[in-house]
Ligand binder design. Structure first.
Ligand code: NI
Length: 227
């Protein structure tokens, strides 16, 4: 399942984050790559341990944890400390699959990458190219969102970033280990949660049907969650 999450950050927060990031110690992005990715990638990244990355990362994680759509869709167990990349003119990232296991250099924790997330930190009109293209069973999905919006997609997908031909694409990217490993099960839980919320708004939160569906949701989550 691919899902857009609008306005994870407000425009004011985006401006604050960009002011911090733009002054950061950007380096060649290949320092974080596995062998396969290193051959495919040209971009710049902020070192994960840098003050700037940690400061903006904390703002992003806080915003994600307060975002009901993100929480319902990702069912996050662990969110890897957000990383940051910048693609200037001529930079891009050819087709690759993200590493299955990653170690968070900030916390030392290892996680299984179930979901990949890109949070856009530049407005689409400020650069040409730089689209995220995710390939799944249904074909190629081209993603280029407004600053502050995020896209969530399964880490199993082949994906690439098209070369930037004007301006610079700045984004945060990170991985999530979900409480529910299976993408299809996670999708069913999201559909059910969304439907229950809709129904509850129409009738009431203590409607008997709503209560029993909420019970089913939690009992399914109890069956499927790995804590
Ligand atoms: Ni990737």
């Amino acid at each position: 399942m691919m899902l857009q999450i609008p306005e994870v950050l407000t425009k004011v927060q985006v401006a604050e984050c960009r002011a911090i990031l733009d002054a950061g110690p950007w380096v060649d992005g290949n320092v974080t790559s596995g062998f396969q990715a290193a051959r495919a990638k040209t971009n710049e990244q902020l070192p994960q341990e840098s003050v700037e990355a940690r400061q903006v990362g904390a703002i992003i994680v806080q915003a994600l944890e307060a975002n009901p759509l993100f929480v319902s869709a990702a069912l996050p167990r662990t969110i890897l400390s957000p990383m940051f990349n910048r693609y200037g003119e001529g930079m891009g990232f050819r087709d690759h699959v993200d590493n299955s296991i990653r170690r968070d250099p900030v916390t030392g924790q290892r996680l299984r990458t179930d979901l990949s997330c890109t949070l856009f930190l530049a407005e689409p009109e400020d650069y040409d190219g730089g689209e995220l293209v995710v390939n799944d069973l249904y074909g190629d999905h081209v993603v280029k969102l407004g600053a502050g919006d995020a896209i969530l997609y399964p880490s199993t997908s082949l994906h690439h970033v098209t070369p930037v031909t004007r301006g610079a694409r700045v984004a945060s990217f990170f991985w999530i280990q979900s409480l529910v490993r299976d993408d299809a099960k996670r999708g069913l839980l999201l559909d059910m949660d969304v439907a229950i919320q809709r129904l509850a708004r129409k009738v009431s939160h203590d409607d008997e049907g709503v209560l029993s569906l909420t019970g089913v949701y939690h009992n399914l989550l109890r069956q499927w969650a790995e804590v």
